[in-house]
Design a protein around this ligand. Sequence first.
Ligand SMILES: O=c1ccn([C@H]2C[C@H](O)[C@@H](CO)O2)c(=O)[nH]1
Length: 134
Amino acid sequence: MHNAAVVGPERAMRAAREAAGRAYAPYSGFRVGAALVTGDGALYSGCNVENASYGLSVCAERNAVGAMVLGGGDRRIEFVAVHSPRAAPCLPCGACRQVLREFGCRAVIVEEGGALRAYPFEEILPNAFGPEDL
Ligand SMILES: O=c1ccn([C@H]2C[C@H](O)[C@@H](CO)O2)c(=O)[nH]1
């Protein structure tokens, strides 16, 4: 278990870069890695996993969320770092924004202009529907 204070955006972005290296993206060639940090400081990574039946491809962000849930600890997401060698910034798709929203994600960290930039979650998915609405 990591301490929340020491798993910062830089370290999460390093994990996202490593995860992108493991992506299975033979169809798009667009490799993505995501690494999220939870309220208790745990770090979980995911990469995109594509499929010959294109629509079944799963994004890096959603695979990181799956790893977090399987991990069995705190499921509140403080932030998620996203990296693709093919796009900077690489922001999560709409489906992934909604899935991250489910677990209260507070910010998305991307590479922009050679530095890290944090987008407050409310800025990228404003007025969202969520678990509190049910
Ligand atoms: O934020 C993103 C954007 C795209 N992809 C994946 C989906 C697909 O495999 C490939 C091209 O869209 O990149 C992600 O994993 N995360």
